[in-house]
Ligand binder design. Sequence first.
Ligand SMILES: Nc1nc2c(ncn2[C@@H]2O[C@H](COP(=O)(O)OP(=O)(O)OP(=O)(O)O)[C@@H](O)[C@H]2O)c(=O)[nH]1
Length: 300
Amino acid sequence: MLVHDTPSTALLSAERLLAHLPGVIFQLHRDRNGRLQFRYLEGGGSILERLDRVRLGEDAAPVIQTLAGEHWPAIETAIERSARWLVPLSTRFRIVHPQHRLCWVGVSALPERNVDGVTWNGLMMDVTGQVAHEQRLEKRCHTDLLTGLANRRRLMMELKRRAQQSREEATPLSVMMIDVDFFKRFNDRHGHARGDEILRSLAQQTQQLLRASDLMARLGGEEFVVVAPRTPLSHCRCIADRVRDAIARLDLGTGVGEVTVSIGVAEYRPDEALTTLLKRADQALYRAKDTGRDCVYPIA
Ligand SMILES: Nc1nc2c(ncn2[C@@H]2O[C@H](COP(=O)(O)OP(=O)(O)OP(=O)(O)O)[C@@H](O)[C@H]2O)c(=O)[nH]1
């Protein structure tokens, strides 16, 4: 509800208000030939900075396409869906400003069918801060806080993705289950905090021996999993042995040989459940422990 009494002061206030809004109010029209035009585009904030409003008013699609790049198909799909079903247009996309600054834009608009097409009245907001916050939370949800490695949740997601890739490409996929030997004894001897440091160093040292495409995750406690795509059992066994050997030679501040690991290795069978694959790798790990620890046991 406007506060002032005369229409002219009300108009002035509205204009001033628009320029100071942290977002943009727009009317977008799509004609029967699919041509998009911004019929109205006003507001403040960073979205409109240096945007060519004249071109957006004549033919908006090529301008948005250039700004949004890879996000354009998602925007196009959202517009199409909203126009077809007359459901609210709600989407988010990233644009690169002409000054090469990244900015996430959130769009919310209501469609209206009319004689010459569909018109949306809506809002655009700079949601860059919000997206960054969500990305940080998302990362935290998938990361083990002690080591910075992937956690169990991310492991299962990635394992699923890589198992699918293995089936589609008909390429081998192997996993290693790594467990620190006598870690309870280590903790008792050197303290829990020192134990934590060992887990961190171990994660770091092992990762250095892996390929960029391998994924290392902490399953919990002193147990880790490595997923090695495009790797048959025999090759994964060699990598596991390299890891085992490197750890055994390391002096992590308590003397060489004080920290060793046992590793179970298993190769994915295309028809098996991923929990079964991990269970088999775990069985292999227990065989490695039974065999005397500081060794690798592959399970066929
Ligand atoms: N410092 C530290 N210790 C942990 C953490 N998580 C689990 N542990 C300890 O790891 C030890 C695991 O002990 P066990 O499962 O008995 O295994 P182990 O002593 O390594 O013996 P083997 O696996 O049979 O060689 C326990 O003492 C746990 O308290 C952690 O985040 N930090």
